[in-house]
Design a protein around this ligand. Structure first.
Ligand SMILES: [Zn+2]
Length: 112
């Protein structure tokens, strides 16, 4: 396992998720502004349910980006601790192909 390549891959995953989160922050402000400018009565405002839906969608996307950052951080810690690339269940090496496709993997294919 090339530690340098793994670190680069994990930092790229982290960076991509951070960018995604930043992008969501901007669009979230747009959604909040739209909802403040519109009729506050969500129940009777036909636009209200759309805004609520968009807000929920943004929240879900943000949660997934945050989870990805946490996964990348955890993998970077494993890298520093020397346990990176080892399945946390069976302690067998995680395949190089799997790690290339999914650098944040903490388990082998069998235990994923
Ligand atoms: Zn395993």
């Amino acid at each position: 396992m090339d530690e340098h390549a793994a670190r680069e891959a994990l930092l790229a995953v982290r960076e991509e998720a951070l960018t995604r989160l930043a992008d969501l922050g901007i669009s979230r402000d747009d959604v909040v502004q739209a909802s403040q400018g519109a009729n506050i009565d969500d129940e009777h405002d036909p636009e209200g349910s759309t805004i609520a839906y968009e807000r929920a969608l943004l929240e879900a996307l943000a949660a997934s980006a945050r989870a990805r950052i946490a996964d990348a951080d955890a993998a970077l810690h494993r890298l520093a601790a020397g346990s990176y690339g080892t399945c946390e269940v069976c302690r067998e090496p995680i395949g190089a192909e799997r790690l290339a496709a999914r650098p944040i993997a903490s388990r082998c294919l069998e235990h994923s």
